[in-house]
Design a protein around this ligand. Structure first.
Ligand SMILES: [Fe+2]
Ligand SMILES: [Fe+2]
Length: 323
């Protein structure tokens, strides 16, 4: 029935489009299969006001809506503006909200890595981590659904989104502090590896074992990140950026903190970071399933984590099916 080239279009839902409170930043297409339409036609040009879009859509209840694939970036930029309304919309299923939020969060982190000094990008990282929290409070299925979207292939920016999602879930499970602390924690978690933006891709994505010199370069990223973000994010966020590679037994870096000198916020971020690294395909190793990752953390990484937090982590994981 559909003769048009599907490769060029992506179907979007009415609710997604109606969630937009700004002018349309892409052309919106429609097709009515019942009328035998063979090609999508433009029903709203970019720049159309949200009211006019709502009127146009309500007159075409049987139509399917599409966005051109080349315009997807514009679509997600548009959705980023409307995430609050989208998350609050009870008619949109969790999976749909998760898809859009995950995409938007990955886009934001890609932009942060490309330009970590941009105040606008740092502000977007704050807003997107607030949306993750909002979603997690609105919908108990949100965290597992967001985590299930991870491609299991490693990209620094999706890793950061995963650490923020898992970290927000674990932080709430452990019950660490006030809502404002959670917001600072989430921004720190999503920015935790921002210092890697200064490290060459050949080292970051090297297949095989790093040389000692290369590992020393990798180990500069917490401090690089701290220096990049100092004065731009809160102390709680900076603490996570600087200390997410510390270990409970003092064998971590960069400051070789240990025991209670590592904050509770950093301890949660450390667990989320290690867990995501183990469950994602890396240039030097295949992803483990959640159970294998947990076992490896328990048996081979003794001393890295505070026991109490590790127990909470296992409990959280068993309540949060993520595969
Ligand atoms: Fe890191
Ligand atoms: Fe990390």
């Amino acid at each position: 029935m559909q003769s048009f080239n599907k490769e060029n279009f992506v179907a979007v839902s009415r609710e997604e489009i109606l969630a937009g409170s700004e002018k349309l930043s892409f052309d919106l297409y429609s097709i009515n299969l019942e009328q035998g339409m063979l090609e999508p036609v433009v029903i709203c040009r970019r720049g159309t006001s949200s009211h006019a879009v709502a009127r146009a859509i309500s007159g075409r209840l049987l139509d399917k809506l599409f966005v051109r694939k080349q315009a997807l970036q514009d679509f997600y930029d548009h959705m980023e503006e409307s995430l609050g309304a989208l998350i609050d919309n009870p008619r949109l299923p969790t999976k749909k909200k998760s898809d859009i939020l995950y995409h938007c969060a990955s886009n934001v982190m890609q932009d942060v890595y490309n330009d970590p000094r941009s105040g606008e990008n740092i502000e977007r990282s704050r807003e997107i981590s607030n949306h993750i929290i909002r979603f997690s409070l609105n919908d108990p299925a949100s965290i597992p659904t967001l985590l299930s979207l991870s491609s299991h292939n490693y990209y620094t920016f999706t890793h950061c989104v995963n650490v923020a999602v898992f970290g927000v879930g674990l932080w709430q499970f452990v019950g660490l502090g006030s809502p404002s602390e959670l917001r600072e924690f989430a921004q720190g978690a999503i920015l935790h590896d921002v210092g890697k933006s200064k490290i060459a891709d050949e080292i970051l994505n090297k297949p095989g074992k790093l040389t000692d010199e290369e590992f020393e370069i990798i180990k500069t990223h917490p401090r690089n990140g701290y220096e990049l973000m100092e004065g731009k994010v809160s102390d709680i966020a900076l603490d996570i950026i600087l200390h997410h590679h510390e270990r409970y037994d003092g064998s971590g870096y960069p400051e070789k903190l240990g025991g209670s000198t590592i904050s509770d916020n950093a301890k949660v971020a450390i667990l989320a970071d290690v867990y995501d690294a183990l469950t994602t395909n890396r240039p030097y190793g295949d992803a483990r399933d959640p159970f294998q990752a947990m076992l490896l953390m328990k048996e081979k990484m003794v001393g890295h984590f505070e026991q109490q937090k590790f127990i909470s982590f296992i409990r959280f994981l068993s309540n949060t099916p993520t595969a």
